[in-house]
Design a protein. Structure first.
Length: 139
């Protein structure tokens, strides 16, 4: 069995944003040479997420509004976490809802997706450099 490890780096300029990282993950897979196996993609920061869904702009805006309703950024005093001097208590909760990672099957050297599926990096405390891990195992 072979394995490959890559890091994808991001600097989302806004506090919250979503980046379709499917092309970067596909490039990692092609570089690995693995034809059958699994790809794990996970956010390596506790205020960011990786998830799978449709790349439709209305849906991504709905996510942003829904998450802000569930865990609004302000007032920052509402979160006990922010008493540590942080202002990102909401970002931790948003990440918990959206998830840390995804696993995708690899078949014939391609990501084995259902219709419309794409991989996204979700940022909830942006404006600084962060990364996601891509780990590919298989033959």
């Amino acid at each position: 069995m072979k394995s490959c490890r890559k890091e994808l780096w991001f600097n989302v300029p806004a506090r919250m944003g979503f980046v379709n990282i499917t092309p970067q993950v596909e490039a990692c897979l092609a570089e690995s040479g693995i034809r059958e196996g699994l790809v794990l993609v996970n956010a390596m920061h506790i205020t960011a997420s990786v998830f799978i869904n449709d790349d439709e702009q209305g849906l991504l805006k709905d996510y942003a509004e829904w998450l802000e309703t569930l865990a609004p950024h302000e007032p920052v005093s509402r979160y006990r976490h922010n008493r540590t001097g942080e202002d990102n208590g909401d970002a931790h909760l948003k990440r918990q809802v959206m998830g840390r990672e995804v696993v995708v099957a690899v078949t014939g050297g391609k990501l084995d997706f259902g219709p419309w599926e794409q991989i996204f990096y979700g940022e909830f405390d942006g404006r600084r450099r962060k990364r996601a891990l891509v780990k590919i195992i298989g033959e």
